[in-house]
Design a protein around this ligand. Structure first.
Ligand SMILES: C[S@@+](CC[C@H](N)C(=O)[O-])C[C@H]1O[C@@H](n2cnc3c(N)ncnc32)[C@H](O)[C@@H]1O
Length: 226
């Protein structure tokens, strides 16, 4: 991505009505929309679904089109990436998909307890090196953050090409006695297998396409954290 393109996307993000780019201080203090996303942004009482590390936001936009009765928020620190999703949502007049630029580490500064119904984590960096353990998106410290905002019967989804992260997460959930609703090591490899998650195979993110082209298998876990 050229520097010029990036600047143009940053500029457009500043005026797109479906993009929120708070400062770190606003997050730490408790963002003004904390507890108010339904009322003030979506103007309905529908469930809220987050896509963490959304990149271009394929799940946020794809699911928002398929499920107008749910609200979707794509979260990523890289605005030039989610610009694609924000632009598509805006041009498609999707009122149930917005994007939030922030560090996932600060996520509980943006949502109230029980405000979120579902969380998707799509193709996060597996952070294989031992010294990067705490940066894994399913590390216990991240699960604790999600737990603060996800309602009690809320659902988590992890879709990844990383057998390492898949195994790490299953081990961790089992170790903590958390409920694994579905776990599959190759979602396209078993035609008879239907994990009962709408659009699991039908939406392919940018990174999924890159990894699939390299012959990686795609894994999926659906789980609870309360
Ligand atoms: C490997 S990419 C996957 C993007 C997208 N989900 C996909 O499947 O194409 C990981 C994304 O997570 C974002 N990310 C990584 N760590 C993050 C953090 N701590 N806070 C916010 N975003 C983060 C990156 O900016 C990047 O867009």
């Amino acid at each position: 991505m050229s520097k010029k393109n990036k600047q143009a996307r940053f500029a457009e993000n500043r005026v797109l009505p479906n993009v929120f780019q708070p400062t770190r201080e606003e997050a730490v203090a408790g963002y003004k929309l904390k507890g108010k996303w339904r009322e003030q942004v979506f103007k309905n009482t529908n469930p809220i679904v987050l896509e963490l590390g959304c990149g271009k936001g394929e799940y946020s936009v794809g699911l928002a089109k398929a499920f107008p009765e749910k609200n979707f928020i794509g979260v990523d620190i890289k605005g030039a990436r989610f610009w694609f999703g924000a632009k598509e949502a805006y041009e498609s007049n999707l009122t149930n998909a917005v994007f939030l630029r922030t560090q996932i580490e600060l996520i509980d500064g943006f949502f109230e307890e029980n405000e979120v119904d579902e969380i998707w984590i799509t193709f996060p960096d597996p952070q294989i090196k031992y010294r990067r353990t705490k940066h894994r998106m399913t590390h216990p410290e991240f699960l604790e953050r999600y737990k603060k905002i996800l309602k009690k019967d809320g659902i988590m989804h992890l879709k990844t090409d990383s057998e390492f992260l898949h195994g790490y997460t299953i081990g961790l959930l089992q170790g903590q006695g958390l409920e694994i609703l579905t776990a599959h090591h190759d979602i396209y490899g078993a035609p008879e297998y239907e994990p009962n998650t709408p659009l699991l195979r039908d939406i392919q993110t940018h990174y999924e396409q890159l990894f699939s082209a390299k012959g990686k298998t795609i894994t999926y876990i659906k789980f609870k954290i309360h």
